[in-house]
Design a binder for this molecule. Structure first.
Ligand code: CLF
Ligand code: SF4
Length: 300
């Protein structure tokens, strides 16, 4: 079976049909829960602000707090007991999951206790080449790699530094190392049988010419899906223009011949739980556990 047929088959009948991010049809029926067990990051994206005690922002990189793997297992038990729609356990920060040992501890425990749930993870890709085997061995089935360029020269404008094997890299050297590992890791992940999604941040004036090249290369290497996301202007990119909905739609159209496009992403928090867009974080969850889910409509 070629990669395209495999994806189509999985989308309609198999694993991807239960994944709210990889399948558009699934996102009305199935939800995911993010476990914020990964606070550390090994690179600095110029658009990133991580927060570990944040209740009132809804975006990647924020969480009410960081959980230990044991606390995360308790949360999975509580949530799956209350919500039959949860089909995916995701680790999406608030830092880079592959840079945190807690990620692998949780994956192994969750895989043992909840084999019916899909294990999913999102990474910047720096450590992917050396961690693909452990991911597969831990039961991960779906993977997202955030790749913002094919070329190191463009990446140099997006990342401030990279910390790799105890050494700090900056400028061209950092960009080259990161981009090489991202693409090598993607190729290895596909070869290892993972379903791979590429997230790409649309950063006006910085990487828009690169995005169709990312789509072409990722599609050619067998990635399943691409998710072109809007820049959230903050940190060093606080003054960069946010792309309009029209900009994003036009870019998706341009890239669609190269790879399947995701267009229902909600840019969710590192501790989000529920259907995409419901955006229940851990603070809300604790409140609802006390008063009952039926009161949700009165407090959002
Ligand atoms: Fe989470 Fe990401 Fe897995 Fe989905 S999110 S780790 S693939 S289970 Fe989904 Fe949220 Fe968009 Fe990510 S809507 S930010 S694409
Ligand atoms: Fe932030 Fe993720 Fe970039 Fe790390 S990889 S700096 S957590 S956006």
């Amino acid at each position: 079976m070629n990669a395209g047929c495999r994806v189509m088959d999985e989308n309609t009948t198999g694993l991807l049909a239960r994944h709210p991010c990889f399948s558009r049809a699934a996102h009305h029926k199935y939800g995911r829960v993010h476990m914020p067990v990964a606070p550390a990051c090994n690179i600095q994206c110029k658009y990133c602000v991580r927060k570990f005690d944040c209740a009132n922002e809804s975006r990647p990189g924020v969480s009410s707090r960081v959980l230990s793997p044991v606390e995360a297992m308790d949360r999975i038990e509580a949530l799956t007991g209350r919500d039959q729609r949860l089909s995916v356990i995701g680790i999406a920060g608030p830092g880079d999951p592959l840079a945190n040992d807690a990620t692998f501890k949780l994956l192994k425990m969750a895989n043992r206790e909840y084999p019916e749930l899909i294990l999913c993870l999102s990474t910047n890709g720096l450590l992917l080449p050396e961690k693909v085997g452990e991911l597969v061995g831990s039961g991960v089935k779906t993977l997202t790699v955030t790749i913002n360029s094919t070329s190191a020269s463009v990446a140099e404008n997006i990342y401030s530094w990279v910390l790799y094997k105890g050494l700090l890299y900056e400028g061209a050297e950092a960009a080259k190392l990161l981009v090489e590992n991202q693409w090598k890791g993607l190729e290895m992940a596909v070869a290892a049988g993972l379903y791979v999604k590429v997230n790409t941040i649309f950063i006006p004036g910085i990487n828009e010419a690169e995005i169709p090249l990312v789509a072409k290369r990722a599609g050619g290497l067998g990635a399943t899906t691409m998710n072109i996301m809007s820049l959230i202007p903050q940190a060093e990119f606080a003054n960069v223009r946010k792309p309009s909905a029209q900009d994003i739609a036009a870019m998706r159209n341009e890239c669609a011949p190269s790879i399947n496009m995701m267009s229902h992403c909600r840019q969710c928090r590192a501790d989000a739980a529920g259907l995409l867009g419901e955006d229940k974080d851990m603070e809300m969850e604790a409140l609802l556990a006390k008063i009952g889910d039926e009161y949700l409509e009165y407090i959002v």
